[in-house]
Design a protein around this ligand. Sequence first.
Ligand SMILES: Nc1ncnc2c1ncn2[C@@H]1O[C@H](COP(=O)(O)OP(=O)(O)OP(=O)(O)O)[C@@H](O)[C@H]1O
Length: 319
Amino acid sequence: MALIELQDVRRSFTVRARTGRFSRVKREVRAVDGLSFTVEAGECVGYIGPNGAGKSTTIKMLTGILVPSSGRLRVAGVDPARERVALARRIGVVFGQRTTLWWDLPLRDSFELARRIYRIPDRRYRENLGRCVELLDLAGLLDTPVRQLSLGQRMRGDLAAALLHDPQVLYLDEPTIGLDVVSKGKVREFLREVNRDRGTTVLLTTHDLTDIEQLCDRVMVIDHGRVVHDGGLDGLHAAGRSERTLVVDLAEARPPIEVAGARVVKVEGPRQWLAFPARESAAPIVAEVAARYPLVDLSVREPAIEDVIARMYARVAIG
Ligand SMILES: Nc1ncnc2c1ncn2[C@@H]1O[C@H](COP(=O)(O)OP(=O)(O)OP(=O)(O)O)[C@@H](O)[C@H]1O
């Protein structure tokens, strides 16, 4: 069953640009320009694209904040802009940059407020709260005012608040932004549980490719308000021929090292950067480097989403 459906959805804005000291011209910006896609129940879909691509405009239309200029849009069978109350019961929203929690109140009170707003039956509320508190490690934080929580703790609180009413669809906008590695891991683990075990449909906007890799089987890339890729992450890597980077700290500075399957793209003193295809395993390259050169440290870096998309375009342009 399709939980999110868009058919030729468009949304334009009229902006006034200054052309001289006293003159202005009206210009139409097509933020979303003919989007059509469906997301089936239980999917976890990455929704990515460069700045200004139209991601936020899409999410705002899906949450009923913005009305489309034209086209058809349904979320869990509901027209978002017309049936906002019905929609609110079916969706949960988490913005990494903003909190929906009450700043001066203990975390517990924000949850209690959600219980009343969504009229969550007592038993379901207790069960859902218990599960979120356990999985998100919130037990020791329930009586802490939200303003005293760290970013990672606050994000875990926001996730719990968004899920207490058992929404069918969860929108996540940069849920791991600014978090340290441990907090990112906890958030991702929780989201995996929510998607796989509870069957909650997830639409995830992020600039962190690892979020997508660890959570999504499908990724949609949008640019200039249109879908330019819809498929697996492998397909995206292949389309962009994207590369990961092995950063090696050698015991001493030396000329570029030679390793099968990778090429040195940068050298700085004893540190060298080796690029290799993102789809290949790093293990044989790491093994060969370790066997042939004295090493101090090494790490693997994922390609940035922007790089993957840029390479995808370069390939399309070349043909
Ligand atoms: N309220 C508005 N008035 C005028 N133009 C707008 C408005 N909202 C968005 N736009 C324009 O629509 C286009 C798409 O913006 P949108 O915020 O949806 O992009 P985005 O993909 O979310 O970008 P980012 O990654 O930077 O958040 C941009 O050109 C933006 O300037």
